[in-house]
Design a protein around this ligand. Sequence first.
Ligand SMILES: [Zn+2]
Length: 425
Amino acid sequence: MTRTAITNATIVTVDANDTVIDGGTIVIDGDVISEVLRAGAKPASTTDHTIDAGGGIVMPGLINAHTHLAMTAFRGFADDVDLQAFLGKLFPAEAKIMADRHVRVGVRAAFAEAMLSGCTAALDMYWYPDASIEEAAKAGFRLQTGPIFIGSNGPDNIPFEQRLANATSSKPHQWILAHGTYTMDPTQLGATGELAATEGARFHIHASENAGEVADVQSRYGRTPVELLDEKGLLRSGTVLAHAVVLTDAEIARLAETHTAVAHCPSSNMKLASGFCRVPELLAAGVTVGLGTDGPSSSNDLDMLAAMRIAALIHKGNRLDPTVLPAAAILRMATMGSAAALGINQLVGSIEVGKKADLVRLDPSSPSLTPIYDPISTIVYAASRADVIDVWIDGRTVVQNRTCTTLNLGQVLSDLRAEGLAISQ
Ligand SMILES: [Zn+2]
């Protein structure tokens, strides 16, 4: 097993005490973090490789709690509109192009973009998930996904009942993904929830993204999306609601009581003018909140460093209170918060002995990261994806000196351009 030491690092651990170690060393044994050492301490035995971090920041890989990765091909396709107009343009375009190959091209580009910006894992909701799972294994990306359900036939033209039968016969799945309470009827919702429960899969759905969606669901069923999910037994441990922007106090209390997690997607919420998710109240109530970018068509990138900064800024501005969601809370949301929402917090999300080596090294010679008074503030308020130089997932180097080692970026991007041309024709 290969032993690698990353020395002379400002280690931002995101452990329970937000410990930061100056001049520390991380030892990676195969795929696992085997030692986290303070300045001056030496690894227990010799290592095969040493990487001098030059005093720069080494942090846990960022975890995207809600996205649609293969939508890289739809980046910039429907801008400056609200959710309903966005979907009105997107759904027919997806139906025109959707195929296994389209998804493979899209996710390869997404893995490259994500990894180059310090993201090491994601919860992905999209068509042809088996294709994404195969491509993730090749790229070395930690992907969480599963079969997706929608009320209509969907862009892959499979009727709901057939989709349900396919998913039932191809068990087990990590996740069951349902599009939303406004695109599926209550019976369909119940069926997907039951499938997830019977096979012990986690459940992910868009919910209460904007006021229009809530009004629409309420007029159809006399209940809000969250009330409908509650009635169907879908508010439970292992469920992740994407967005959850429009919530009542009672709904926040129910999310806490039922251990339902939320994936906060600030870039998408701002771009679609959906509103401000009540993150401070959710956290105060004890709800697990992870951070996501949403798809690269509604927020136009997969940049988790940008998502952190946007999340940190919008809530302060919205509440006129600079103490709301301090930097440490934001970094925790993008690492341990997302990991807990995805159910992988025992594996990843912090730099601690025994965890998988999903790590990000920032450039110690970047002007935008100099000087460093508080490394956590530096990450949240100053770091950009241009500062990411090395990334490890499962102990494997996937980005080295700002270059993807597991993907041929030139080929990936030329394939993506061809998909873009096909969409626009
Ligand atoms: Zn979404």
